[in-house]
Design a protein around this ligand. Structure first.
Ligand SMILES: [Zn+2]
Ligand SMILES: [Zn+2]
Length: 198
């Protein structure tokens, strides 16, 4: 079974990147394979690598698998992280204008019992079941529309400006205007860090 051996190969690769084998790797590899198929991407790391983007909605195990299978990454701007805490990802074909959001179904946890009832350990059962369960039991697929601002697309930065308060440079239109000043987000809204020397 060609598709099966491809899955095994992709799973092996993602386990290498992620550091361990877990239900999240199996689910993430399946989710990514389905997402790519839905938008018609055959060679994500080769000829099709600039044709699509992926939005992930959670920073958990499966996200590493999605990165591994698709070849998309934060640094290439082809992987965007929306901090929703939902096990879902959206695959956007940048040229064809088609997008699908794939959501991991909550029911899959229960349904996994139908496959390997003899495995008592829930974690191990899900891991094995997620390898063989049909896509329809694992995922809900939604056709969606995604508007991507020009500043968020991969490619060269469109703009680079200096913050009028701290002097640091801000790329990709992430600066904000506040009280007539151009500021970085940390200066405008307060940052996630506090400098100890000031
Ligand atoms: Zn994991
Ligand atoms: Zn600043």
């Amino acid at each position: 079974m060609v598709e099966g051996s491809r899955f095994e190969m992709l799973l092996e690769e993602s386990v290498k990147l992620h550091g361990h084998l877990c239900p999240g790797q199996v689910l993430g590899v399946r989710l990514a394979m389905l997402g790519l198929k839905l938008i018609g991407i055959e060679d994500p790391k080769g000829k099709d690598r600039k044709a699509f983007m992926v939005f992930v909605e959670i920073d958990r195990c499966a996200t590493d698998a999605i990165q591994s299978v698709t070849g998309c990454s934060l640094g290439k701007r082809s992987l965007r992280w929306k901090d929703y805490g939902v096990m879902a990802a959206t695959f956007v074909h940048l040229k064809k204008g088609i997008s699908y959001r794939v959501v991991a179904r909550e029911e899959a946890r229960e349904l996994s019992k139908n496959y390997f009832p003899e495995i008592e350990d829930k974690y191990k059962r899900q891991l094995e079941a997620y390898k063989v369960m049909p896509d329809e039991e694992l995922f809900e697929v939604q056709e969606v529309e995604v508007e991507i601002p020009e500043c968020d697309l991969p490619g060269r930065p469109l703009r680079r400006v200096q913050c009028e308060s701290c002097g640091e440079y801000v790329q990709d239109c992430r600066e904000v205007e506040k009280d007539g000043k151009i500021l970085c987000r940390a200066c405008a809204y307060g940052g996630y860090y506090r400098r100890k020397d000031s």
